[in-house]
Design a binder for this molecule. Structure first.
Ligand code: ADP
Ligand code: MG
Length: 626
């Protein structure tokens, strides 16, 4: 609870005690008015002030004004007719209880999110002329040298230039096993250095570093409104004035008719009904609980390592009907083991060396695996210019010779003659100076949880799971059969993937969502084209984080169905709240207009509904049993 909330609670308590005391004394007349005004002003002063300010600034009618009119009206009624001063105070008091409750709930879910996102670094140890000073990470220029001690958070993205350590990246990747990092490894801000002292040369500014980007993403998420929120905001803008005018009409028209017919206007009775009507109709529950539900849903998701960039995506995610997957790195581990090397002239080790040098600058899973398989320190001074051709491979100058490493498409496009072979696995052909030199067979392993993840998606009502891949037909069919996918398309270039995706989108129902899941390796165009782009384990790939609508911190495919389940639960809560709040309000409005509901019913309709709706909204934070 913060200071403001404590004050609000204090005022509520003092005011309640006074009201209870006064109900025993039962003062009447002007004395009653004076005594009851004390708790009223203690608890309602802020609201009255805001209402007056709103009128002076010519703001549209809001709930502060609604409450002020209703409570002042209730006091007037008490003097003129009912002699019941409790009502006015009670309305204001309960309204404040509701407000307090709401701010507490919002504060709690906010804190929850930043707590679980405990990745914001406070300082960086900047090394300058051998001296180390702790500075604000914001002040560290690109290319500076920083030192990270054991137990400290890595403040800025960079490359290790000295030292070796175990790094905990759980907050970024969801991976709980520490990773060992050495000189020349990349390291991301937000991870925690566990064991050794390391020196890092920064490659980014603080604001562009991983931790800052993730926090930005989470903090801005609630500003992208969903359709339901837009609807409620528009609804309130029309609804509130409509209610105020209806209340005025209710206070004037029936008395006028009654006066004409019976000669007796009963104006006070109708004024009382109009006030009751005002209190009942306050749209608080909707206005507050709908955004709060989405907020809690986004928070609950980020707690699970599912970063959703906005309520609109949460809403779309809940309607996911078709999930399209990228293969490498998404359904498979993207860690290839070399199973065979066939060389025409060179030794296998030499062939691998050319491949590893050519791939040394690439971060493609295949490149990583070839470097790993080569195993030795790569002499990057041999590497000249290079060009990475997405979905095909790499053409690079190695030791002044043109080396092409990639699939059949790459060699075809370079007009190089080669022997097409049909080994099981992903084939990486190699040519030097346009002459075919041999191939390397590598094979990827399906992730442990992929099969379960697909089955779970189907259980949760996803109609189709389809795979797109740049890999060859044999590998694609193998994976698709193993995972029981509904379909696959193989040997696609990144641009072909977009075309296939558009074909699938064209065939589907407009109301439903197509989600594309990729690992962010050259699939940014597809991520952007899908109704929802989900990037998994994308930490470190800026393009993917940029292009995706949902970022999964780790690369476990089970997270996809969890993300959908969280979204569904959140949407269900939103609908429950809308129906419940509008339903109860309509009923009470009707009863109020007929004179059956009194001010106390109104208070329940307003504050009771709001508290129930807020409690319901908070359920969206709890994602444990999904
Ligand atoms: P996927 O669609 O399975 O994620 P990609 O589109 O990343 O695969 O790559 C498709 C194919 O292009 C790979 O199977 C490989 O044959 C080739 N390829 C892509 N990048 C490289 C690379 N850096 N080195 C060698 N081959 C590559
Ligand atoms: Mg890929």
């Amino acid at each position: 609870m913060n200071k403001k909330q404590k004050k609000a609670l204090g005022r509520i308590i003092i005011s309640s005690i006074l009201v209870v005391a006064l109900t025993f004394i039962k003062p009447t007349g002007l004395l009653g008015l004076a005594l009851y005004l004390i708790p009223y002003l203690i608890v309602g002063y802020e609201t009255l002030r805001k209402a007056i300010k709103g009128i002076m600034n010519r703001q549209p009618l809001d709930e502060c004004l609604l409450m002020s009119i209703a409570t002042i009206g209730a006091f007037l009624m008490a003097i003129l007719k009912t002699n019941d001063f409790v009502e006015g105070v009670a309305v204001m008091l309960f309204y404040q209880v509701g407000e307090f409750f709401e701010s507490y709930a919002v504060g709690k879910s906010r804190r929850n999110i930043s707590e679980l996102m405990d990745i914001r670094p406070d300082y960086a140890n900047l090394e300058n002329d051998g001296k180390i000073t702790a500075v604000d990470p914001d002040e560290v220029a690109i290319g500076s040298i920083i030192v990270v001690n054991p137990g400290e958070k890595v403040p800025i993205d960079g490359v290790i230039i000295e030292g070796e350590s175990a790094i905990d990246t759980a907050a970024l990747t969801g991976e709980s096993v520490p990773r060992t990092v050495r000189v020349s490894d990349e390291i991301y801000s937000g991870s925690i250095n566990l064991s050794g002292i390391i020196k890092i040369r920064t490659t980014k500014e603080f604001g562009e570093s991983t931790a800052s980007r993730i926090l930005d993403l989470v903090e801005n998420a609630s500003s992208r409104k969903s359709k339901s929120e837009d609807f409620i905001a528009k609804f309130a803008r029309i609804y509130t004035p409509a209610v105020v005018y209806s209340a005025i009409a209710l206070a004037i028209v029936p008395p006028a008719i009654s006066y004409l017919l019976k000669g007796n206007s009963e104006i006070l009775t109708w004024c009382y009904r109009a006030l009751t009507f005002l209190v009942i109709s306050c749209p608080c529950a909707l206005v507050i609980s709908i955004p709060l539900s989405f907020f809690a849903g986004l928070g609950g998701a980020s707690k699970e390592g599912v970063l959703i960039k906005g309520s609109n995506y949460l809403e779309a995610l809940a309607k996911t009907d078709i999930v399209v997957f990228d293969k490498t790195g998404t359904l498979t581990k993207g860690v290839f083991a070399v199973t065979k090397i066939k060389s025409e002239h060179l030794s296998p080790q030499e062939l691998l060396k050319y491949a590893a040098i050519a791939e040394s600058a690439s971060s493609h899973p295949i490149a990583k695996s070839l470097k790993e398989a080569y195993g030795k320190q790569i002499d990057t001074s041999l590497l000249g210019g290079l060009e990475e051709r997405a979905g095909k491979g790499i053409v690079a100058m190695v030791d002044n010779r043109e080396v092409a490493v990639g699939n059949a498409k790459l060699l075809d496009s370079l007009d190089i003659a080669y022997e097409r072979c049909d080994e099981a696995g992903t084939l990486i052909y190699l040519a030097i100076d346009r002459k075919y030199e041999g191939y390397i067979v590598i094979s990827d392993i399906i992730k442990d949880s992929s099969k379960k993840a697909i089955a779970k998606l189907k259980d949760n009502g996803v109609r189709k799971c389809i795979m797109l891949t740049g890999d060859n037909e044999a590998v694609a069919k193998n994976v698709a059969d193993e995972l029981r996918l509904d379909g696959y398309y193989a040997e696609l270039l990144p641009a072909d993937k977009v075309d296939r995706l558009e074909e699938i989108i064209a065939k589907k129902n407009d109301n439903n969502t197509l989600a594309f899941v990729g690992d962010g390796m050259n699939d940014a165009p597809v991520l952007a084209r899908a109704d929802i782009g989900i990037a998994m384990g994308a930490i470190g790939s800026d393009a993917a984080i940029e292009a995706a609508d949902v970022v999964l911190m780790d690369d476990d495919p089970m997270k996809i169905s969890r993300a959908i389940a969280i979204a569904r639960k959140c949407l269900l809560i939103v609908y429950e709240n809308i129906i419940f709040a509008i339903g109860v309000k309509l009923l009470c409005l009707l009863l109020g207009a007929l004179g059956i509901a009194n001010m106390w019913t109104a208070i329940f309709a307003d504050v009771g509904v709001m508290i129930i709706a807020v409690l319901n909204a908070i359920r969206a934070l709890n994602t444990k049993r999904l």
